[in-house]
Design a protein around this ligand. Structure first.
Ligand code: RB5
Length: 146
């Protein structure tokens, strides 16, 4: 992955704990992480944080983002409204890998009430380590934006 830019991460209250753990996991491994909030488990609207992260990735201020909410569904809906954003909700390693290989996903979405910590770390690591295959998939992803 492009290591020039930090990874931007955002969540709502339902996934605050998992976001903190993922941040620590990443920073312990030398990744730079920009935390877009939320910064506590006080109830918030996931949309505000999803928009912050998706807008930054959409403008290419960051090349990779991670979003988390309770299910991951709301964050996916928000993020995928932004041009050039390809947000992938992943609850397993296969989806994480394929979202990079075929879809060049630039935002990983996780459900804090769906996946446990260890699986989440594995998903994040796989997603960061897997490069886009390009080729026939490039034309396909280029035709997503309307
Ligand atoms: C919050 O209760 C929950 O609705 C939110 O985290 C998310 O799952 C929305 O899609």
């Amino acid at each position: 992955m492009d290591t020039d830019k930090p990874i931007i991460i955002g969540c709502d209250h339902a996934a605050f704990e998992l976001k903190e753990k993922i941040k620590t996991y990443l920073m312990d491994r030398g990744y730079r992480v920009e935390d877009a909030g939320t910064k506590s488990d006080v109830s918030v609207n996931y949309v505000d944080f999803g928009k912050k992260v998706a807008a930054a990735v959409s403008k290419n201020e960051y090349s990779r983002g991670i979003l988390l909410c309770g299910t991951g569904l709301g964050m996916s809906m928000v993020a995928n409204r932004f041009a050039h954003v390809r947000a992938a909700l992943c609850s397993d390693i296969f989806a994480a890998k394929m979202s990079r290989l075929h879809n060049d996903a630039n935002i990983l979405v996780l459900g804090g009430r769906v996946v446990g910590d260890i699986l989440a770390f594995e998903i994040v690591q796989t997603w960061l380590d897997t490069e886009f295959e390009g080729g026939r998939h490039l034309e396909r992803i280029q035709s997503i934006d309307i």
